[in-house]
Design a protein around this ligand. Sequence first.
Ligand SMILES: NC(=O)c1ccc[n+]([C@@H]2O[C@H](COP(=O)([O-])OP(=O)(O)OC[C@H]3O[C@@H](n4cnc5c(N)ncnc54)[C@H](OP(=O)(O)O)[C@@H]3O)[C@@H](O)[C@H]2O)c1
Length: 359
Amino acid sequence: MEIPTKQQKVVQVAKGLPADVLRIVDVPVERPAPGSGDILVQVRAVAFNHLWKLMPVIPAFLRKLPAVPEIELAGVIADPGESAFATGDEVLGFVPPNALSSDRGALAQYVLMKAIHVVRKPAALSWEAASGLTCSGLTAARALSLFDTRPKKGLRILVAGASSALGRTAIQIAKGQGAYVVASCSAASAEGVRALGADEILDYTASPLPQQLATAYPYDKARPSESPLALDLIIDCIGADPKLYTQSPAYLAKDGVFVQPGIDTSGGALKTGWHLAHAKWYPGCWAGGVPRTFRFFSVQVADGESLERELAELAGWTQDGTLRMEIDSVHTFDRAGVMTAYERVMSGKARGKVVVRVS
Ligand SMILES: NC(=O)c1ccc[n+]([C@@H]2O[C@H](COP(=O)([O-])OP(=O)(O)OC[C@H]3O[C@@H](n4cnc5c(N)ncnc54)[C@H](OP(=O)(O)O)[C@@H]3O)[C@@H](O)[C@H]2O)c1
């Protein structure tokens, strides 16, 4: 493969909205340095995530600018460095968010990244689907396993915000592990969510979801053994309604776990900041807390941590039919395409992954 000396990257030059602060620039293509563990990937597709919506509340010192946005991609190995990959291997991978304070984000024609953060792309998986597998896949798989180590077979799991990319992924992984899945989404999204295998669907727009859950899946603390419908695990993929947790003793069993990987960013910087603080500190701090385990998390990857096992598992699930990535829309790698993609992500209405096709 011939590697050019120059490439185009999308660069964020300041804090602000994409249209104001993103530039497409020509920069040199860097090559893996000996001993770095790096590979060079020629990018085919990049799936977009919500980090952008969090930008207004991330203090400047935590995010060095200029920076290249986005964290998940699929592409072809252009230079394998000292890794076991060969030039031309097709891969999918994850750029840990901590790498975004450098210029190593995914939205570029070529990305220098760690070999331990990519795996081979299954041949049958499209570039678009492969690009969107890792972030919601890692998040959903960890949400299901990190804080609740019980086998999922027969467990009653609520996936709230089920029509988000994260929710869609969580439903399929939970079903693949034998769980009984209740999903909440709007009526407009219900058909697509049911097609992913959800056993029951609740319309969160019809009436307050906590009330619906207390009626359909009651937990009676005086007679726990007579509460067979109560939920065992709740994964809140949107995080827009704090009452979903505070009222959970009415429908989440006493040994149940509430996991929140989603942060609602729809109300602007102040509200998002409030939600972040709330998600982190509410449960234990105020008024004695709520008597249910609460865990807020986002995917953190330590320097040098290999994602090989987890990514290979996700790729395997796409091959055995457990998991299919839902694509909301595909956009071009130019200013107009990138802006439209960000508008779609920030609309909060995407039904699956928003993808930019780079080459
Ligand atoms: N996607 C990832 O890889 C990933 C990874 C880590 C964390 N997260 C977090 O997960 C959250 C979701 O992100 P996403 O990219 O997967 O999806 P998204 O694009 O935010 O999902 C949009 C969908 O969510 C539904 N929705 C919107 N507002 C809702 C509300 N108040 N209650 C319930 N559902 C609502 C809408 O469908 P309906 O109203 O039609 O049901 C909409 O189609 C974000 O907070 C993000 O930070 C995502």
